[in-house]
Write a protein that binds this ligand. Structure first.
Ligand SMILES: Cc1ncc(COP(=O)(O)O)c(C=O)c1O
Length: 396
């Protein structure tokens, strides 16, 4: 470039935007909306991309300051050394599974699972030559029997659709005794209610789409684990992708700031709604771990903190499949929608949606009543929810 000629318009437009250095700490972590980071020298680039020198290389898998800030707060809240963020809960699950198990291995898992996890085990893992054994997580002898030789054991803290609560203390002890890593999906509980790492679980997964985000406005996932475990997970994801984007990490951090307060309100709304529904003549059964009638109430009292039982419940509405669907359709404050864990109350009729592949007999065996409706209790005023549910039950 000659001295008399300044750089052209577009060059200045491209190179002129540099973050001004600031001395203060902003209240909100900046969103580093960048895919890549510049190096002073090729040597620095080579050292950093090999993780021999700290720094940032590429947002997919190699890290980004906004992702790191989210991962740090998440690992602190789960009580683990480290964490790694993903584009979705399913991406987190797939990465952990394929990090811990390879062709010829066998995975042992609870049979009470989110449908996506069930499909990953039954449709995708066999394609990789990985065998999967399913056991009842409440039958500790069955869990102990499935562990020897397994690549890992997988369980959900609170499981779909009947919100059963796994005894993580007992299962964690069995895993440790067998030398089998414990992997847990802590999505329904959130770190505000339960920290499975205290029971020896080595990988704690979340669909951050749910309570972590909390507002039904993002898709994300996160795995909390040791530093060594994070390095192994990262080695997989560097080649497979599926990492979180900076804006989603920012939304998750914003969500986490109010997680405990939201869980208090989710739990108190759910408890009041569950008590109302339990006495209603159009309701055959309410599944909510906060109710003494729930089979895992004792485990839930021990395992879930702060006297909270979360916002998830399942309600068996009288009138079979039609009764359950009519009830959902009649709700106004509660929305018919997939997902859970956000500010809005969401409902879904299991037999016609998440469990539609099962015939009535198979559904009964899986404990899914024809009129079963899963409810993610939101943060609305509880009087409005009770009034809405009462009105909809009259029409069911
Ligand atoms: C318990 C549980 N785990 C994992 C997932 C998958 O998460 P995502 O939808 O973020 O991929 C879901 C989704 O509903 C879920 O309910």
């Amino acid at each position: 470039m000659s001295e008399e000629r300044g750089r052209g318009f577009t060059t200045r437009a491209i190179h002129g935007a540099v973050p001004p250095p600031i001395e203060q700490i902003p209240a909100s972590v900046p969103i580093y909306q960048t895919s890549t980071f510049r190096f002073d020298t090729s040597h620095d680039y080579a050292e950093t991309i090999s993780f021999r020198k700290p720094g940032y290389t590429y947002t997919r898998g190699y890290g980004n300051p906004t992702l790191l800030a989210f991962e740090r707060v998440m690992s602190d809240l789960e009580g683990t050394q480290s964490a790694f963020s993903f584009a979705s809960g399913m991406a987190a699950m797939h990465t952990v599974f394929t990090t811990l198990a390879a062709t010829g291995d066998r995975i042992a898992t609870s049979n009470e699972l989110y449908g996506g996890a069930f499909s990953l085990f039954t449709k995708v893992m066999p394609r990789y030559g990985i065998e999967v054994t399913f056991v009842d997580p409440h039958d500790l002898d069955a869990v102990a029997g499935a562990l020897p030789g397994a690549a890992f054991f997988y369980v959900e803290t609170i499981a779909n659709p009947n919100v059963t609560v796994a005894d993580l203390e007992a299962i964690g002890a069995l895993c440790r005794a067998s030398g089998v890593p414990g992997v847990v999906d802590n999505t329904f509980a959130s770190p505000a209610l339960c920290n499975p790492s205290t029971h020896g679980f080595e990988f704690v997964l979340h669909s951050a789409t749910k309570y972590v985000g909390g507002h039904h406005d993002l898709i994300g996932g996160v795995v909390c684990c040791s530093q060594e475990g994070m390095g192994r997970v990262r080695d997989t994801v560097l080649e497979t992708g599926g990492t979180m984007a900076p804006f989603e990490a920012w939304l998750c951090m914003r969500g986490l700031m109010t997680l405990e307060i939201r869980m208090q309100r989710h739990s108190s709304n759910a408890m009041q709604l569950a008590r109302f529904l339990e006495g209603h003549p159009k309701v055959e059964r309410v599944h909510y771990p906060g109710l003494p009638s729930h089979p895992d109430h004792g485990v839930a009292r021990r395992e879930l903190g702060g006297g909270m039982f979360g916002g998830m419940m399942a309600v068996e509405v009288a009138g079979g499949v039609e009764g359950g669907m009519r009830f959902c359709d009649a709700l106004e404050v509660g929305w018919v929608a997939t997902s859970l864990g956000g500010v809005h109350t969401l409902v879904g009729h299991a037999a016609s949606t998440t469990h539609r592949q099962l015939d009535p007999e198979a559904r009964r065996r899986a404990g899914i009543a024809d009129g079963l409706v899963r409810v993610s209790v939101g943060l609305e005023n509880v009087e409005d929810l009770i009034e809405d549910f009462a009105r909809a039950l009259e029409k069911a």
